[in-house]
Every structure is written in structure tokens, then in C-alpha cells.
Design a protein. Structure first.
Length: 378
């Protein structure tokens, strides 16, 4: 079959991480752009990226791109797409999307025009004017930026950050894809020890464990495209079997989480069990003031509470000061901390060895990385 064009939206700041991941899957023609990664493949590629990507927000089939300055141009551009290759007579095909800095600014109007164009195309192919839309859901998505239109079919359903293990969470949890990116930036490996002194619902610990053990993050969930008749069902079973074969049962990874809230500790352990990594994750109640370096080597990864999420800004900065005193630079230790506070380094007490801009939801953040070790003068 002809190569399928794909788009994988991702959080701003981790496009390179996502692209590198896809290249390691031996996927073809991977190109990182702002907020997404483009690539090519077949049905197996579609299933593999949905199951295995730790950083993509979803997997979309990129059906067409063109410029449109009027609704007529939008209609004609959409009508030219070979929708019959993907959508069968009884399938559902709702439309949603976004428009940014474009002449076609009304999203509801764009939705109506795109729907009409798809219906006209399918009507001519299936010789009917009525579609029940009772079959598998084929979510049509559009993105119009500066008058350039991208038309996609979503294959994932729920966003890929919804792994399936976190049905419950604490207030303001970190997104799973962002937690996975922090584990990547911290160079978590099968032999790593990871510590999170603000573990919350355990997301950073669990994503670190999934990475270390090479467990596919989507292995516990289902995807919209599994209900598509156009994709042979054997594709999904083959890719799931491949995922199970790649799990590294010999990994020596261990993770330790602490939180001042005993309910958060219980939730961390419960979510770890749902994720199938409960034997690798330990959690207990402990305040940040009690933090101590108790392992020979460890990667400390954390998302401390801050004013825009849980605490007032002054209390958040008090926590940063405590962290600066407790997170000593020592051989074998690294610290990866995410914060939206531009004054973090000054309050923490020293500049980061490396920084990276990322987004936690809609909040612009920096990931501060400390890994160059030296002995603290007493």
C-alpha cells in the first residue's frame, strides 16, 4: 500500500524528544515541527506509535494540507481528499478543530463547511444522501494556522497521555507525557534509582518505571482506530504481542516517592499497581524538610507545588529554599525540577547546569537540571 502520512501532536518543547523516540522505532521520514512530529508508515506504524509513544499526545493521519482564504477554497480542498479510503458508509465522522491567525476565523463555520464537503464526496462514492453514522468513529480534525489548512483523522480517541492507570489523581497532577519527558531528560535507565519527594499520584515514578522496564505506555488501553474496519484486526494483536516481548524483566530499576499527604502516598501505590509496576515503586509520608540522599546513586525528579497550582507563591518559594539546602550536589545524584517561577534559580540558591522550556498544561515552565557534581564546602 502507499505510505500513510502521519502527524503526532506533542507538548511544546518536547518535539525533539518525540522525534528521536519515533526514529528508535525505525519509523520513516520523521520530521519535528512546532508542536508536532510528522512521519510516514503503514497500519503497523499507526498501531505501534499509539501503543508505544511516551511523548505524543495522539496519532493523526494527515490527509491533506492546503491554503484557504475563503469557505469555497476550504470546501474544495476538503472535497478533493479520498475520504472513501478511510470512512465506510455507516461510519461516524464528526468534525472539530482550531483556527489561529487566519481569515477563516469561525471554528463552527469551518466545521460545517468541512462536514458538507466530506458528505458530498462520500455521497458521490456511496450513491446515497443519508449517512446513519452508527459505525466506528472517525474523528475528523482540522487546524488552520495563518490560512494553511491541515486535515487529519484521529486514530487515538482519548489523548495518549491517558495511559489507563491514573483514574484517580491528586490536585493539579502533572501530565503523563510531560512526566515521561522529564524521565527522558533525567536519563532514566534500566538500572536507575528514581526519587520524587513530591510524588502526588505517582505519575513521575510510574512513567520512569515504564521507561526503565521498556513497558509500552498504551498497553493497558484501547484506541479509536481499533474499531475501524479498514485496518486488519491482526495488526493490533501483532503490535501488542511485540510490546510484551520487549519488556525488560531483568531491569534493576527502583523508585521511591514521598509526600506530606498520606492520601497521596496511598494513591501512588494504587496507581503503580494499576500500571503493573507496584513491585518497583515504594512510597511513604515525608516532608521535603526530611529529604536525605540515602542511595549511592539516584535521579531526583519532581514537580513541586507552586502558586499557580496549589500554594500561595510565598509558600512555594519557601519550599524552593528548602530544596536548595537539601538537594546537595554529590557524586551519583542528579536533580530535575519543573517550575513556572522565573526566579526559581535565585531562590533555590544556584543556577541550573541546563534548562529547558516546556509547558505543564497551559502553564509555561522551565525544567531545571542539576547534574554536575562537586563537594559542598562546609
Amino acid at each position: 500500500m502507499e505510505k500513510i502520512q502521519f502527524s503526532a501532536p506533542c507538548l511544546f518543547g518536547i518535539e525533539g524528544i518525540c522525534a528521536d523516540e519515533l526514529k528508535r522505532m525505525d519509523i520513516e521520514n520523521v520530521r519535528a515541527e512546532n508542536g508536532r512530529v510528522l512521519f510516514e508508515g503503514d497500519y503497523s506504524t499507526l498501531a505501534r506509535v499509539n501503543l508505544c509513544s511516551r511523548y505524543a499526545e495522539r496519532v493523526q493521519i494527515l490527509l491533506g494540507e492546503f491554503h484557504a482564504y475563503s469557505f469555497e477554497e476550504l470546501f474544495r480542498g476538503v472535497e478533493k481528499i479520498e475520504w472513501e479510503m478511510w470512512i465506510e458508509k455507516d461510519d461516524a465522522f464528526p468534525v472539530k478543530g482550531h483556527s489561529v491567525s487566519s481569515k477563516l476565523a469561525s471554528v463552527p463555520d469551518c466545521q460545517k463547511i468541512i462536514k458538507k464537503a466530506v458528505v458530498k464526496r462520500l455521497s458521490s462514492k456511496y450513491h446515497t444522501d443519508w449517512f446513519d453514522e452508527t459505525g466506528g468513529k472517525h474523528q475528523i480534525q482540522f487546524l488552520i494556522i495563518k490560512d494553511k489548512v491541515s486535515i487529519m483523522l484521529d486514530t487515538s480517541g482519548e489523548g495518549l497521555h491517558k495511559r489507563g492507570y491514573r483514574r484517580d489523581s491528586t490536585t493539579a497532577p502533572i501530565k503523563e507525557t510531560l512526566a515521561a519527558a522529564m524521565a527522558d531528560l533525567s536519563h532514566v535507565r534500566p538500572f536507575s534509582t528514581v526519587v520524587d519527594p513530591f510524588c502526588g499520584s505517582g505519575t513521575i515514578l510510574i512513567e520512569s518505571a515504564l521507561k526503565a522496564l521498556n513497558i509500552a505506555p498504551g498497553i493497558l488501553r484501547r484506541f479509536a482506530a481499533e474499531k475501524w474496519d479498514v485496518i486488519p484486526p491482526g495488526i493490533w494483536s501483532e503490535e501488542r504481542e511485540r510490546c510484551f516481548d520487549l519488556v525488560d524483566h531483568s531491569a534493576q530499576f527502583e523508585a521511591y516517592g514521598y509526600d506530606i499527604d498520606s492520601e497521596a502516598v496511598e494513591l501512588t501505590l494504587a496507581n503503580a499497581k494499576k500500571a503493573g509496576v507496584e513491585k518497583r515503586i515504594h512510597a511513604g509520608r515525608r516532608d521535603i524538610s526530611e529529604f536525605k540522599a540515602e542511595f549511592e546513586r539516584a535521579a531526583v525528579i519532581c514537580n513541586p507545588p507552586y502558586g499557580e497550582r496549589l500554594l500561595d507563591i510565598d509558600r512555594s518559594r519557601d519550599i524552593y529554599r528548602i530544596m536548595g539546602k537539601k538537594f546537595e550536589r554529590r557524586q551519583g545524584y542528579s536533580y530535575t525540577i519543573i517550575s513556572p517561577d522565573d526566579s526559581f534559580e535565585n531562590i533555590f540558591g544556584r543556577p541550573a547546569d541546563k534548562r529547558r522550556k516546556l509547558y505543564n498544561g497551559m502553564i509555561k515552565c522551565q525544567v531545571y537540571m542539576y547534574f554536575k557534581n562537586f563537594q559542598i564546602k562546609k
